[in-house]
Design a protein around this ligand. Structure first.
Ligand code: DP6
Length: 339
């Protein structure tokens, strides 16, 4: 007797996945194709263990469209729409049409402005694709996550991860890969929270405005390959000083190009500058600590594990710093439960 496999498939399929956020040491800032979310340059990051997202996706048994919950409450319309659009891509690839229930939690409070689309779309890509019956290989999963958010492509992997700019028009080669699992290198990223509430301008809009109006944008793009080469060499040599110097240079150049946009994009506040100054003072005292800053006012400081407590203490004592979080290198996105 032959059995029709489709009849045996449960009507509801769910998957829970987790992903750590990642902090770019060579920043992604600008796109070569907005529709496919293809980056204008490569980027390089460190995935973190303690800060991330846990997401459950259940297809089937949901009536009246996708239902999205974030941090225990219905998600706001903008976020829910972005998730639904992403689910449409997964549904198309899987050949299904079911609505989904998505329940997502960030391990740092969303209100701190640290909740990251990187860990969010990495966890969603893994949970949604598995719940839809797709078994994607890591590079394909990275490409899928990229459609949600460029930085999410990197959070599919753990340790030091490089995202390729790619050359192909269809984006098939714009995926991330591990360059080093960071295993034998005891590093920490100390995050100084300098504000509460969402950032004034999201990265997508800010990148678009920067590329369109900043006279420094072309120079930024041109300089990225050299930063990537220096970062790769520093990681291979386990040279924290060299890696930290590239990270600061990349962050400052990214912000310089955004500051020169019209209207200007200013993510920093007074505490951002004070925290940067604290890092410079630590260095003057021979502590190897290096800052990086993303599309917001918080300052993230790379240092050796042995110096993390001292760095956190100095940042906590900096005027305007509300709290600090110490995070270590972490693994890539993974499935926790599948039903
Ligand atoms: C400053 O990945 O949030 O954090 O692809 O438009 O969703 P979209 O942008 P997003 O940008 C991240 C920008 C950054 C630098 C980085 O993580 O590389």
């Amino acid at each position: 007797m032959t059995v029709d496999q489709t009849e045996l498939r449960p009507r509801e399929r769910s998957c829970t996945a987790v992903a750590g956020t990642n902090i770019a040491l060579c920043k992604y800032w600008g796109k070569r194709d907005a529709a496919l979310n293809l980056p204008a340059t490569g980027s390089l990051s460190l995935t973190l263990a303690e800060m991330g997202t846990r997401t459950t996706v259940r297809f089937g048994g949901v009536s009246g469209g996708d239902r999205v919950r974030l941090g225990g409450a219905p998600a706001d319309q903008r976020f829910a729409f972005r998730v639904s659009q992403f689910l449409d891509v997964v549904r198309k690839q899987a050949g299904i049409s079911d609505a989904a229930e998505v329940v997502t939690e960030n391990s740092v409070p969303t209100a701190a402005g640290l909740a990251s689309s990187a860990s969010g779309f990495a966890a969603l890509a893994l949970a949604a694709s598995r719940a839809a019956g797709l078994m994607l290989a890591p590079p394909a999963l990275s490409g899928l996550a990229r459609l949600g958010s460029g930085s999410a492509a990197r959070s599919i992997f753990g340790g030091f991860v490089e995202m390729a700019r790619g050359e192909r028009a269809d984006g098939g080669d714009a995926v991330a890969h591990v360059i080093d699992d960071a295993g034998a290198w005891d590093l920490r990223m100390v995050v100084a929270v300098t504000a509460t509430g969402p950032k004034p301008l999201g990265s997508t809009a800010a990148m678009e405005r920067t590329a369109r109006t900043s006279p420094f944008y072309a120079a930024w793009v041109t300089g990225c390959d050299a930063d990537l080469a220096d970062a790769r060499a520093a990681i291979a040599a386990r040279d924290l000083d060299a890696l930290g110097r590239v990270a600061e240079r990349s962050a400052l150049r990214m912000h310089a190009t955004a500051l020169a946009a019209d209207p200007a994009i200013v993510y920093w506040n007074g505490a951002t500058l004070a925290a940067m100054n604290t890092v410079l003072e630590l260095r003057a005292q021979k502590v190897a600590a290096y800052f990086t800053i993303d599309a917001g006012p918080h300052v993230k400081v790379l240092c050796a594990a042995a110096d993390a407590a001292r760095v956190a203490e100095a940042l906590a004592a900096t005027p305007g710093v509300q709290r600090t979080v110490v995070a270590s290198p972490g693994p890539g996105a993974r499935v926790i439960e599948q039903g």
